[in-house]
Design a protein around this ligand. Structure first.
Ligand code: URA
Length: 434
């Protein structure tokens, strides 16, 4: 086979065979397909698309480029959740202990924050000592011990995706539904899961802002999962305003613990419980979604979910006492309130600028190799539908480095629209695909 023929076929709108796709992906490890050839093929895929069969073949080839973790020694159906990312989205820290306490083994491989979106690994690493860089033996050991494990992508999991993701980033080909779907699913399927719940975000703070694109991505990922014989459910959820009332790293750990104590904000608690219930349903721990919801609520009320999180933190080297004494978590030097310019109701709180401001404060990164400041972030006192008086704080910025503070304050101000009319907060869950 020759790369040039495969590129031409896709350029002209043809359908590639599974063999052609496998040969191209194999070329990454063999070294006989050049970066510029893969770049050209990625652009052709972005412009011409891929059929369901091509997308499944690409996913399988990327998944097989590394190890597929064998978790058969751990009894029960293993179920994970994947979110396409957003602002204040800390549901993984809440639902993984809930699902584990409900008896579902949760093997979770997560990512870091990039741009305006946060990442589970950065949040977990704000817990002193917490290690996300376990090898696959450590991954299996912690899962067996605690019923859940939360690590970062290892070099063994879908290495072809790592290579292709870097090329997509450099060639403006990230926003292709088949490329997004195959990238996400190749890593998830390599984790050793039996089932997967997808949280596909839509709105201004999501990767894909338009509902129809988010639906298309969810459908593509569900098709791949089913082709691979996995149990899969997707929720399309609204990411127009941040989830919960905290955006950053340590502040999101605190809000997650509050949820596990049953004291979290309604939007965050509601979505976390619903995703956990979907996991319990896929994992066979309940016969109906109502039973699954009540099981998940009961493990929060009994404190078992929070105990599960404490055990996970200890097993991965973290300080579990920091979950009871938040002063042990990183704390910013300065707090800066942003007052409301007028009285009325919050009619809009846009997620993207809040995520961007969080990044300007140092809680996020613009490039993967940068570090983050775990202590800084934003506490949102007012969200859509809330009444506010003129001069009352809309939010508080938690600040260490003041270099871009003024810019962050201006960006946060632009996120809020205050008006006289009362508005009802919109539903977070928009669609369910099963
Ligand atoms: N996350 C992934 O894992 N892959 C993508 O392509 C985009 C987000």
């Amino acid at each position: 086979m020759r790369a040039v023929d495969i590129i031409r076929a896709k350029r002209d709108g043809g359908v590639l065979s599974a063999e052609q796709i496998e040969w191209m992906v194999g070329g990454i490890a063999r070294g006989d397909v050049a970066d510029y050839q893969w770049s050209a093929l990625l652009m052709a895929i972005l412009l011409k698309g891929m059929s369901g069969a091509e997308t499944a073949a690409l996913t399988m080839a990327m998944m097989r480029s590394g190890s597929i973790v064998d978790l058969s020694m751990i009894p029960g159906l293993k179920v994970d959740k994947h979110s396409t990312g957003g602002v204040g989205d800390k549901t993984s820290l809440i639902l993984a202990p809930i699902a584990a306490a409900a008896g579902i083994p949760v093997p979770m491989v997560s990512g870091r924050g990039l741009g305006h979106t946060g990442g589970t690994l950065d949040k977990l690493e704000s817990i002193p000592g917490f290690r996300t860089d376990l090898d696959l033996d450590g991954y299996r050991r912690v899962l067996a011990e605690c019923g859940l494990v939360m690590i970062g992508q290892t070099a063994e999991i879908a290495p072809a995706d790592k290579y292709l993701y870097a090329l997509r980033d450099a060639t403006s080909t990230v926003e292709s539904i088949p490329l997004l779907a195959s990238s996400i699913m190749s890593k998830k399927l390599a984790e050793g899961i039996d089932g997967l719940v997808l949280d596909v975000k839509t709105g201004n703070g999501a990767f894909l802002a338009r509902l129809e694109d988010s639906l298309a991505l969810a459908e593509a990922m569900c098709d791949i999962g089913r082709t691979m014989g996995k149990r899969i459910t997707a929720l399309i959820t609204r990411m127009d305003q941040p989830l919960g009332r905290a955006a950053g790293n340590a502040v999101e750990v605190i809000e997650s613990v509050e949820c596990l104590r049953g004291e979290g904000p309604d939007d965050l608690m509601g979505l976390s419980l619903e995703l956990a219930a979907e996991m319990a349903l896929l994992g066979g721990k309940a016969g109906t979604i109502e039973e699954a919801r009540s099981l998940c609520r009961s493990v929060v009320e009994s404190g078992r979910a929070l105990d599960c999180f404490r055990r996970l933190v200890a097993a991965q080297g973290g300080d579990p006492s920091s979950l009871d004494d938040f002063t042990r978590l990183p704390t910013a030097r300065r707090r800066v309130d942003v007052p409301s310019p007028a009285g009325g109701f919050v009619q809009r709180l846009a997620a993207w600028p809040i995520g961007h401001a969080t990044m300007l404060l140092g809680a996020g990164r613009t490039r993967m190799e940068e570090g983050v400041d775990h202590a800084v972030g934003i506490l949102l006192h007012k969200k859509e539908g809330d009444r506010v008086a003129a001069g009352e704080p809309l939010c508080t910025l938690l600040v260490n480095d003041e270099t871009r503070l003024e810019e962050a304050i201006a960006v946060v101000g632009s996120a809020y629209r205050i008006g006289p009319g009362e508005v009802a907060p919109a539903d977070v869950i928009l669609e369910r695909l099963a």
